[in-house]
Design a protein. Structure first.
Length: 331
């Protein structure tokens, strides 16, 4: 039995071309839940984290447009709201999938806070776009009224940007660990966690967003999980992605992957943060990480899909030898 942390991307709930309605998100959550239920059936313990980019953008838009009727909500509260929203959809889907598989596995969502440093350089250099696009006049008005940082997207308008600092502490870590040890399927660190700082001995929310893969890597390392899986929209990590010479990576060690990263194969706005996160997990003592699509989660854990990343070549070769020794039915 392995303890596996799975970080599912935004495409697991809202896929390309969809509006993000609740029925759409629920249908997508059910597909992801079926994959996770198969892993539970194989005896694994699961910790599930998730993104919330589209959902928190929608929450901000609702808050802004309803501000004349009800008080608006700051970004950290919008993040908390989406953790509950997405946790509900995933819980409902997982409980149905587990019941269908004949399994009794309790599922619980833990509203999670991620501590960041008030002196993190990112706090002074906001770069993460959030919320809707505005006209230049509307963006300037909001910049003056709320003190927002605004950037221009040449093709779509103007958008607010906020800091994306490094997570350094998971406030609810002990609660999550206790639940995992009791064989509860835990949903945690939604959207990277609610960004908070310690101020005068108390926690205080900040206007920021945290990369969910970085927070997931931190949680995976602190829990000491056996396997860290990042779900994205592609089955593999590719070299020369979307070019005629595109090449999938199936098994790779950390040093080799780091070389590919330095060569520029993984753009910052796409695969870059995921590569960075698995390398951090392995550097912190992790044994194996996988990057794959949400439709191939169970196959990837069995070793027949996805990109598998190992701390060094020796552990990679050992894992490959063990897979070859498995009986056909075990693959």
């Amino acid at each position: 039995m392995k303890t596996i942390l799975i970080a599912v991307g935004g495409n697991s709930l809202i896929r390309a071309g969809e509006k993000g309605t609740i029925p759409e998100q629920l249908a997508n959550a059910r597909r992801t839940a079926a994959e996770i239920a198969s892993l539970c059936a194989a005896g694994h313990r699961i910790v599930l984290t998730h993104g919330n980019g589209p959902q928190v953008g929608a929450a901000l838009l609702r808050s802004e447009r309803g501000a004349s009727e009800v008080p608006g909500q700051p970004l950290d509260v919008c993040g908390a709201c989406t953790q509950g929203e997405i946790g509900y959809l995933l819980e409902q889907s997982l409980e149905a999938a587990l019941r269908l598989a004949g399994l009794h596995v309790p599922v619980a969502t833990v509203l999670t806070q991620s501590v960041v440093s008030a002196s993190d350089p990112a706090m002074e250099h906001p770069e993460k776009p959030v919320g809707p696009f505005y006209s230049q006049a509307e963006a300037e008005r909001r910049q003056w009224q709320f003190g927002w940082q605004i950037v221009e997207d040449a093709s779509r308008g103007y958008r607010r940007v906020v800091p994306s600092p490094e997570p350094i502490e998971i406030v609810e870590l002990e609660v999550i660990r206790d639940l995992v040890e009791r064989n509860v399927l835990v949903i945690a660190c939604g959207g990277g966690g609610i960004p908070v700082i310690w101020k005068n001995g108390a926690l205080e929310g900040v206007e920021a967003v945290i990369d969910k893969d970085r927070a997931s890597a931190l949680l995976a390392a602190q829990l000491g999980v056996d396997l860290f899986v990042i779900s994205t929209d592609a089955e593999f990590v590719y070299l020369h992605y979307k070019r005629p010479d595109q090449h999938p990576l199936r098994n790779v060690c950390a040093d080799e992957l780091r070389e590919y990263q330095q060569e520029g194969h993984f753009p910052p706005g796409n695969m870059g943060p995921k590569i960075e996160s698995v390398l951090r997990f392995l550097q912190g003592g992790g044994k194996e990480a996988i990057i794959t699509s949400c439709d191939h989660l169970s196959d990837a854990v069995l070793g027949s899909a996805g990109t598998h990343i190992f701390p060094d070549r020796e552990s990679m070769n050992l894992a490959m030898d063990l897979r070859l020794e498995l009986p056909i039915g075990g693959r």
